[in-house]
Design a protein. Structure first.
Length: 312
């Protein structure tokens, strides 16, 4: 099976009341962990690549890793998506380079400039058979090259979504309802809460239209504990409660982005091995454990949060 767009995935997810996991990839072990879990659970899959990942791993290497994943997992649909494309040029580069989906993040611009930029990307992408995700509202937090202070974050304004989608032609829309990038999403002692009232209003204004949640890692305290016990410093790392994500997936949210949870799992495995035996120096030994933890995280998300097991 060749790479696919997310169009059919989202249609089925919306109608079925579940969401597709969009997992960020940076190296071979992370690609393997994600795709092995999805393949075994027969789950549709979005592999997404940030600008930082392209700089780190090189576009060509990442494409070959994804091609290998397709060969190893021929029974599940896989979409390759650009996460947080900052401008037209990076979106064009990914479209020309074989991606089947791109995100243009114009959320830091004015409403009109966001529309103009997003429309430009949509026109080029659609001419090449690629789908586009846009964004309205701005998430706080730090992840890769996305850095937004709490003061500069803003919830999506439901009254703007219909005009934005109609004028840009985007195929899906990322909205801001209280999720946040990175592992430190909330202050200690505060109760995480998503603005489901905004999501409900967006759903009314865009019936049947796929909505995306960024910054949706739950920051497993099991992995935080392993990291802390093995020399790490992640005290007070807090994520999005998984019951809230499951609720969102049962509504209009068709794509849920997960990155920090994978980083935590990989880091926990590596630290655990090297702390237990400081004499180890073979990357295969510690990366193997990290890869297994990534696989475990993805399997859990597919089965217990996203609800997309067996939906391939």
């Amino acid at each position: 099976m060749a790479l696919v767009t997310s169009t059919e995935m989202f249609k089925k997810a919306y109608e079925g009341g579940y969401a597709i996991g969009a997992f960020n990839v940076n190296n071979m072990e992370i690609v393997q962990g994600i795709t092995e879990a999805a393949g075994e659970l027969k789950a549709p899959l979005i592999l997404q690549v940030s600008a930082g990942a392209r700089k780190y791993a090189n576009h060509t290497y990442l494409m070959k890793l994804v091609e290998a994943a397709i060969i190893e997992n021929p029974d599940i649909p896989i979409c390759l998506h650009l996460d947080h494309g900052a401008d037209f040029d990076i979106c064009k580069s990914c479209i020309d380079g074989g991606f089947t989906s791109v995100m243009i993040d114009g959320s830091s611009h004015s409403f009109e400039d966001n529309i103009a930029l997003s429309r430009k990307v949509v026109e080029y992408a659609h001419d090449h058979g690629v789908v586009v995700e846009g964004e309205l509202g701005t998430l706080a937090g730090v992840e890769d090259e996305v850095k937004v202070s709490a003061e500069d974050s803003s919830y999506t304004r439901p009254e703007e979504v219909q005009e934005f989608v109609e004028r840009t032609g985007v195929d899906s829309l990322a909205i801001a309802i209280g999720t946040s990038h990175g592992a430190f999403k909330f202050k200690p002692g505060t109760k995480p809460q998503l603005r489901f009232d905004i999501l409900e209003e967006v759903e009314k204004r865009l019936p049947g239209f796929p909505i995306v949640l960024h910054g949706a890692s739950s920051v497993s305290q099991d992995y935080v504990k392993i990291i802390q016990e093995n020399g790490g410093n992640l005290a007070d790392a807090i994520g999005i409660p998984e019951d809230m994500l499951r609720k969102a997936a049962s509504m209009a949210v068709c794509k849920i982005n997960i990155d920090s949870d994978l980083r935590l799992a990989m880091t926990a495995g590596v630290r655990q091995v090297l702390t237990a035996d400081p004499a180890k120096f073979d990357p295969r030994e510690y990366l193997k454990v990290g890869r297994q933890y990534v696989k475990d995280v993805v399997a859990h998300k597919i089965k217990d949060v996203l609800g997309c097991e067996g939906k391939a």
